[in-house]
Ligand binder design. Structure first.
Ligand code: BGC
Length: 904
């Protein structure tokens, strides 16, 4: 291939442009004005904005103060960085004097551009520190004081009243619990997070949340009330219905810190003065649903002057508070609302509402019924072949709510401590008429910023992108899960690992995964092995834990590395390094001469396997072969991580090991004619993707892969482990046309088969619903499983060509390499990075292909455009070069907007 390299730079300042550069989007620990940051040297980031091209930073200055009105006096300023010569504008580590617990710090920044012009100061941003030392918790753990009904375990209520006599300056609440909590002050919910304190490895890390509740407190009498529920902590989990995994009793730890205007302080804490009782929530389980009986409601109990004389005292207990950590990932929140698109009777005469979208969340229902009526709402993802309500694939999960009104006036029911995966609901025992607006389905998911968009001329591909995004929303509820409906909903490591790159295009997922990956290392076993699901619900049943499977356990190396490359934060590698190393060493301990021979593996989970396989077309890849591939990949990652962290001894050690592992692979699994012992797409894909075989044999493997695809009539046969890389490998080895073909196939097995069949999310199985309308086996048939959505990564990276340059992680340097194809006439992708928005758009009009690129300020890009003759390339309407015959034009660009036209 003939290449040409061309540089477009902006050497001149255009008039007054430097004054137009603005510093915006100030972030601390990747969040805007966060509360409760317990990192003592947090990271600060900002963006440059300008209408002009070619904008970059050459220096910055940061000032941090404790007094919003005073950025000058040393009495308040804790860090004045001075002018620092650096182009770094993302993840700058705080380097001022020691920060204190529970304090607000205000900061601003200005920068110097490449012409030496300084910008005005940014607006002021702030962060508030969390509780640095667990001894600062003076609150006590309180538990219900009454005798609990151990069958239904109704949700406990806990309350306290207090007086405020003086003028308030600020009030901050720090709250955590065993089980889930929902807290209110004077009848109003604190914050808008759901499922707090979130799911972590509770015996090792328990999160608390920090809230600014100043505006909720009144002068005079106030009340605070907290509802608890079993949630993950002690609720039913796994297909074995384990309960009380992390503890038997629900409990609350709450500290309200009042700062008065006169400079004095007061604390209201959870202690023996609180009262406990139960209320309307008679039962709440994540899998099974919630029973709300308004006859038992304690109206007004979170308001002052409520009579709690018949409530029980609370039980005060102690727990190890050294495991408390501030939460920094986005909580689940209520997001999109859906109204029924249809309410109808099924052939079995069931009353069913269809919301048109398979989603994860809850139903809000306005009910007009009689006191004591029992209205059941059951949730399902799909109707069966005959159009009847289908719940068999939920296995033991009931997904059913029970609403009991207190009287015949209209009442609104909405569960608080459960969630369902559903598109349809079945309504039973409701005699009222359902009016428009009576039923709302609220989607609930971790409220991360949407960063990516993908759109093209093919409506089915756009639907696929929609489905990938909804698969992500539905399965990013505090932890990355496999599915959101049946009796699993667990943090399956393999699923998270394969979906991460796609997920990172669609949303800003770094804080979410930083939380989860810490649980991966917290739950790592003594021998370095990694449990199959994190947080690990098998801690009391280690014999049932499917730990250490290749492709699943490798999450411990793959995700930190991917996070570093995608977001550029080296800290994640520092934090995870010993866990990553322990996992690779664990594999070595299960190997003989660098061949991973022992252990247990899921393999290429759910790969193509026809029902009646008399022609032996099932694509089964040898599990040990796969294991060796992941051994190699994890070793590669740890060697690269060691290098990045300047640990050259480790780098040499693992790098040396890497070649021995590859050698062992070649000896064991590759024939002299470039055939692998498993003649499957996944086998060839993994060998090529992880760069395992010698250069000379690669083309043979590529040929075998291509032939294999042809043998299946240009269809994929890959499972969880091969699918994410299939199209990438084809593109990397010059077969993007075949990758497009696979993407655009519409019959089984393919990505568009479910789309054609009305899917609104990604299915677990390539044939969740078969061409004859029958459903796959109920034991394993989720209709909301994001793993196969991993193709999204290829759509962003190859169709529109947005790639991070691994040498400059976090998109400081971007490689844009779009490859039009597959009869698409346009494609557009956008990605919001910490520097700003990248976009890549191409469009084919008659004999011209037009490319538009947007490169954010303070980054650079290398753009590759497929051309036949460089004379045919116009930049902003002008020919850029002449007389060259090339087919890969490489152009170095600074920030800005560009349009290229290529005459075909
Ligand atoms: C889950 C997965 C998971 C798998 C392990 C399933 O039950 O739903 O997606 O990765 O088990 O093979």
């Amino acid at each position: 291939m003939k290449r040409y390299f061309f540089i477009i730079a902006f050497f001149f300042s255009f008039g007054l442009y430097a004054e137009q550069v603005k510093v915006v989007q100030l972030l601390c620990e990747n969040k805007q004005n966060p509360l409760g940051i317990d990192i003592r040297n947090p990271m600060l980031s900002w963006q440059l904005r300008s209408e002009d091209n070619g904008i970059s930073q050459t220096a910055y200055e940061i000032v941090v103060t404790q007094n919003i009105n005073n950025f000058n006096s040393n009495d308040y300023v804790v860090w004045r960085s001075g002018k620092i010569i650096s182009d770094q504008s993302v993840h700058v580590v705080y380097a001022g004097s020691t920060l204190y617990s529970k304090q607000k710090y205000y900061w601003k920044v200005r920068i110097w551009d490449k012409n030496g012009k300084v910008t005005p100061w940014s607006n002021t941003a702030f962060w508030q520190t969390g509780i640095f030392n667990y001894n600062e918790w003076t609150a006590k753990w309180i538990e219900p004081g009454y005798v609990e009904d151990t069958v239904l375990r109704p949700s406990p209520l806990m309350r306290k009243e207090f007086n405020v006599d003086k003028k308030i300056k600020s009030v901050t609440a720090y709250i955590t619990s065993h089980g889930l909590y929902e807290a209110q002050i004077n009848g109003q919910k604190i914050g808008d997070g759901l499922f707090t304190p979130g799911w972590t490895s509770y015996n090792k890390r328990l999160q608390y949340q920090t809230y600014d509740v100043t505006s909720m407190i009144r002068k005079g009498k106030n009340a605070i009330g907290v509802t608890l529920a079993s949630g993950w902590y002690r609720g039913l989990l796994t297909w074995n219905s384990y309960k009380n995994i992390w503890g038997k009793s629900l409990g609350l730890l709450l500290q309200l810190e009042i700062e008065y205007a006169d400079g004095t302080n007061e604390r209201i804490v959870s202690d023996e003065t609180w009262k406990s009782s139960t209320g309307a929530i008679r039962y709440a389980e994540l899998y099974n649903g919630e029973w709300i009986d308004y006859r038992a409601a304690k109206n007004g109990w979170t308001n002052p002057c409520f009579n709690d004389s018949d409530w029980s005292n609370v039980k005060v207990t102690t727990y190890d508070n050294s495991i408390l950590v501030a939460s920094n990932s986005e909580p689940a929140r209520k997001k999109e609302k859906f109204y029924p698109v249809k309410i109808f009777r099924t052939p079995q005469n069931e009353l069913v509402a269809d919301f048109g979208q398979n989603l994860v969340g809850v139903i809000r229902m306005k009910i007009r019924a009689n006191k004591g009526d029992s209205i059941f709402i059951t949730h399902a993802e799909i109707l069966d072949k005959k159009g009847n309500f289908y719940t068999d694939n939920l296995r033991l999960a009931k997904q059913q709510n029970l609403f009991i009104p207190a009287d015949s006036t209209e009442e609104v029911f909405e569960p608080q401590f459960t969630y369902m995966g559903f598109r349809y609901i079945k309504i039973q025992n409701y005699k009222g008429i359902i009016k428009p607006g009576d039923l709302i389905a609220c989607a609930v998911y971790a409220d991360m910023k949407q960063t990516g968009k993908f759109d093209c001329s093919d409506t089915l591909i756009n639907k696929l992108q929609h489905n990938i995004q909804w698969g992500q929303k539905g399965n990013f509820l505090d932890v990355p899960t496999d599915c959101p409906q049946r009796d699993e909903r667990l943090g399956w490591t393999g699923d998270a690992e394969v979906f991460f790159p796609t997920g990172a295009f669609n949303m800003q997922i770094d804080n979410f995964f930083e939380k989860w990956i810490q649980d991966v290392s917290a739950d790592q076993l003594k021998d370095g092995s990694i449990p199959a699901t994190i947080p690990n619900p098998f801690i009391n049943h280690p014999e049932d834990d499917m730990k250490g499977s290749s492709g699943w356990a490798d999450v411990s190396t793959i995700i930190p590395w991917e996070m570093y490359i995608t977001y550029g934060d080296k800290r994640i590698l520092e934090k995870q390094y010993s866990s990553m190393k322990k996992w690779v060493d664990c594999i070595t301990s299960q190997s003989v001469n660098y061949l991973w021979t022992r252990g247990w593996h899921f393999g290429d989970w759910l790969s193509y396997a026809p029902d009646n396989d008399w022609q032996e077309r099932a694509a089964k890849t040898d599990k040990q072969l796969i294991a060796q591939c992941f051994y190699i990949y994890s070793t590669y990652i740890i060697s690269q991580t060691a290098k990045t962290l300047n640990n050259l001894d480790d780098y040499n050690f693992y790098n040396n090991m890497l070649s021995k592992e590859k050698e062992a692979y070649v000896n064991e699994y590759l024939t002299p004619n470039g055939r692998l012992i498993s003649n499957t797409q996944t086998a060839y894909v993994l060998a090529l993707q992880f760069d395992i075989v010698p250069e000379g044999t690669r083309s043979q493997l590529v040929e075998r892969l291509v032939n294999n695809i042809h043998e299946y009539n240009d269809h994929l046969t890959t499972g969880f482990l091969g699918t994410p890389f299939l199209c990438h490998v084809l593109s990397n080895f010059g077969h993007t046309d075949l990758a497009y073909k696979l993407l655009l196939q519409k019959d089984y097995p393919s990505w568009l088969y479910p789309v054609k069949n009305g899917a609104t999310t990604i299915w677990e199985r390539w044939d969740g619903q078969k061409p004859d309308g029958n459903l796959q086996d109920k034991s394993m048939n989720s209709f909301n499983h994001y793993a196969y959505g991993a193709i999204g990564d290829w759509m962003y990276k190859v169709i529109c060509g947005i790639n991070v340059d691994e040498k400059f992680p976090g998109y400081k340097h971007i490689i844009i390499k779009p490859i039009p194809g597959g009869n698409l006439t346009f494609a557009k992708a956008e990605l919001e990075t910490y520097y700003g928005k990248i976009s890549s758009f191409w469009e084919i009009k008659d004999n011209i292909t037009i490319y538009h690129f947007k490169i954010p300020c303070n980054t650079t890009a290398e753009v590759h455009i497929p051309v036949k003759n460089v004379q045919n390339v116009l930049l902003d309407g002008k020919q850029i070069l002449s007389g060259q015959n090339i087919n890969d034009l490489k152009i170095a660009l600074e920030s800005g907007n560009y349009e290229f036209k290529v005459i075909r």
